[in-house]
Design a protein around this ligand. Structure first.
Ligand SMILES: Cc1cc2nc3c(=O)[nH]c(=O)nc-3n(C[C@H](O)[C@H](O)[C@H](O)COP(=O)(O)OP(=O)(O)OC[C@H]3O[C@@H](n4cnc5c(N)ncnc54)[C@H](O)[C@@H]3O)c2cc1C
Length: 393
């Protein structure tokens, strides 16, 4: 045996770093272990390099989980204001972009540097490129066999995140450990992810790649009103990423491309007011030109509005105000921001993140079945769950 620790934390992402800092503050001897060559890669690439590190309005309703109450205790113990306080202590400049989303003004690297500095202050030992081959438990301690030797600790924290973006380090390690300890795993799927189409719908989207609108998207009465962008593979943008967490394969999504306009009524009025105008030009008063022409082409409409029948106007307004699409899939884990589902929280204490049947074993962050909406909520979950585990290891 090479060395003993009070706490070994596996996974140096947002949750693992926060947990290590808090455990270190309590005088624990902590080893934070990362298998990649760099730590906190998701923080670095998040928010377009500026990390949307929390949300002013983050609350349990921003999360999907089998147990919607599970996240409440951790959020009450460590709030967005607590993280903002930490950011301010390190003089990191930030701003609200929209909808309470807080971003670094300069770079996400400032957050990584802050977390490293906090770890160093608490004497947390951080090692990268540590490959773990086996994990076991005896009466009182957990042992890991690694490429750097065998180590044991009283508390073991699994902070290895979800499956998204394998090329920067994501693995299924956390789920494997959960299975080893007989914990249930709720279905996993890529979420906060662009949606893809085949054939007909794809032709339409491809011709519009890069065009964006504000849209209202709806799955089973869950609605998001945010940007939508057409892509070469389908549709993306904040509203689509959000709804991807609720969409199920084979089910439709209803999209209102013009949420603030009742196009049916508007077209009836325009038929009286501007009868000589081509319908495509009328539509481009409300939507980007390219989208207006693509819709007319798709619906085979090229009349002047004064000559258009009620049926034609209805066809157009139905399409614009309630375009029903059946995505064929998602872009998958290579672009998804998070993994929906995860370790079933019924086996975990919501106030400590400790496994109820395995004292000393903790799970934090995205590996658990707690998935946030877009907008800084996922990092807030990583900070809050990491914090409470750090208080209890
Ligand atoms: C492109 C992108 C942008 C995002 N932007 C935002 C945003 O702006 N705001 C927001 O709130 N959320 C954002 N997210 C989501 C957010 O990054 C995650 O929810 C959050 O990082 C989860 O934290 P975590 O600590 O649980 O896991 P991670 O941050 O994924 O950390 C897990 C760590 O464990 C390591 N690991 C994995 N397997 C092993 C192993 N076998 N041994 C040792 N180490 C291992 C990984 O390399 C990684 O360092 C974004 C995600 C992506 C992919």
């Amino acid at each position: 045996m090479n060395d003993n620790y009070d706490v070994i934390v596996i996974g140096a992402g947002a949750a693992g770093l926060m947990c290590s800092i808090e455990a270190g503050k309590r005088g624990k001897k902590v080893w934070l272990v990362e298998h990649s060559s760099k730590i906190a890669e998701k923080i670095r690439i998040s928010g377009g390099g500026r990390c949307n590190f929390t949300n002013l309005y983050s609350n349990p309703s921003n999360f999907l989980s089998d147990n919607e109450h599970f996240c409440k205790s951790a959020f009450a113990k460590y709030t967005q204001n607590d993280f903002i306080h930490l950011i301010k202590k390190h003089d990191i400049q930030f701003h609200e972009k929209k909808l309470g989303q807080l971003f670094c003004t300069t770079s996400a690297k400032e957050i990584i540097n802050m977390l490293i500095a906090e770890c160093l202050e608490q004497n947390v030992k951080i090692d990268t490129e540590v490959k773990i081959s086996n994990l076991s438990k005896n009466e009182t301690r957990y042992t890991i066999n690694t490429s750097k030797g065998n180590f044991n600790s009283k508390a073991l924290v699994i902070a290895t995140g979800g499956l998204s973006i394998p090329k920067i380090g994501a693995t299924d390690f956390g789920y494997k450990i959960a299975k080893q300890f007989n914990l249930e795993i709720n279905d996993l799927s890529p979420a906060l992810v662009p949606l893809t189409f085949q054939e007909k719908e794809l032709e339409f989207c491809k011709s519009l790649a890069g065009v964006s609108v504000n849209a209202s998207v709806n799955v089973n009465k869950t609605v998001f009103d945010e940007g939508l962008i057409f892509t070469h593979r389908g549709i993306s943008g904040p509203s689509i990423l959000q709804i991807s967490s609720y969409w199920k394969q084979g089910k439709p999504i209803s999209i209102n491309l013009l949420p603030n306009v009742d196009l049916g009524k508007t077209l009836q009025q325009r038929r009286v007011d501007t009868p000589k105008q081509n319908l495509s030009n009328v539509l481009s008063d409300y939507l980007p030109n390219k989208l207006a022409s693509a819709i007319c082409k798709k619906l085979s409409i090229n009349n002047k509005i004064g000559e258009a029948s009620n049926g034609t106007l209805k066809k157009m307004s139905d399409f614009v105000n309630s375009w029903t699409v059946f995505p064929t899939g998602t872009e998958g884990y290579k672009t998804a921001e998070v993994t929906l589902g995860g370790i079933n929280t019924k086996a975990i204490s919501s106030s400590t993140m400790e496994c109820i049947d395995h004292p000393g074993l903790f799970f934090v962050g995205e590996v658990l079945d707690v998935t946030g909406h877009l907008g800084g909520h996922n990092f807030q979950w990583a900070w809050s769950s990491g914090f409470v585990a750090g208080q209890n290891v």
